[in-house]
Ligand binder design. Structure first.
Ligand code: DX5
Ligand code: ZN
Length: 225
């Protein structure tokens, strides 16, 4: 028997004028809501400030998987944790003190996620693997939805999966984010990812909930760890 897979829709490509309804469409079939927070500094795009993010968190019933694409995660990530966010993922490239920020997220009550951009190698963050609950391997350059899946990141996913399997005491989720669709999710699951963020695939579909279920079926079929 192989492990469970998790599908976390991203609302980045949903209708921002009607987020409450957009989230209702997928809540019964999704594992978490992936909330992309961009500050127009770490990435060349802006989504919302912390007040708006907390408002969104307050009106979804799903656990929130916050993905912070911001310049100062050391200060801001623990605030998300304190606010009841289920998991708080920050970028290794932005953090000044990764170990301290990991501890501060956890001590404020959230699961800890660490994200790496396509140019960052697994080896750069390997030392933290036993301290985190989720490793996010970006499969696009962070900043925008609707980009093409970077197949060349699959080698990094394979390396990370093999390292995680060697650790008996702690197995963080291995998440991929960017360009995940019916065409690409099977490749990511085969390489060893078990947590999938999907934005445009879900929200550009006429049937967002049905799309989540189709994505889950392909991921489950291909994840063998
Ligand atoms: C990219 C974001 C992703 C992405 C998902 O910076 O972190 O969550 O927008 O959207 P799709 O699935 O459209 O690539
Ligand atoms: Zn994201």
């Amino acid at each position: 028997m192989t492990g469970e897979v998790f599908i976390n829709p991203s609302i980045l490509n949903a209708n921002f004028e009607d987020l409450e309804n957009e989230m209702v469409k997928i809540s019964a079939v999704s594992d978490a809501l992936h909330l992309d927070v961009m500050d127009n500094l770490f990435v060349p795009n802006f989504t919302f400030d912390i007040a708006k993010a907390f408002e969104i968190i307050s009106y979804t019933k799903l656990p929130v998987d916050a993905h912070l694409m911001i310049l100062d995660p050391d200060t801001i990530a623990p605030k998300y944790a304190e606010h009841g966010t289920h998991s708080v993922t920050f970028h290794f490239e932005a953090a000044k003190n990764t170990a301290t920020t990991i501890r501060n997220i956890r001590s404020n009550g959230a699961k800890v996620g660490l994200a790496i951009k396509p140019a960052t190698s697994f080896e750069q963050i390997e030392n933290f693997i036993e301290e985190i609950d989720l490793l996010l391997i970006m499969t696009v350059e962070p900043g925008f939805g609707g980009q093409s899946f970077m197949q060349d990141q699959m080698e990094k996913v394979r390396i990370a999966r093999s390292r995680i399997e060697k650790t008996s005491k702690h197995r963080p989720l291995l998440q991929v984010d960017g360009g995940v669709s019916l065409d690409t999710i099977g490749k990511a699951a085969t390489a060893g990812a078990n947590c999938f963020v999907a934005g445009s695939a879900v929200y550009k579909s006429d049937d967002p909930a049905g799309m989540v279920e189709k994505l889950r079926a392909i991921a489950s079929e291909n994840f063998k760890f």
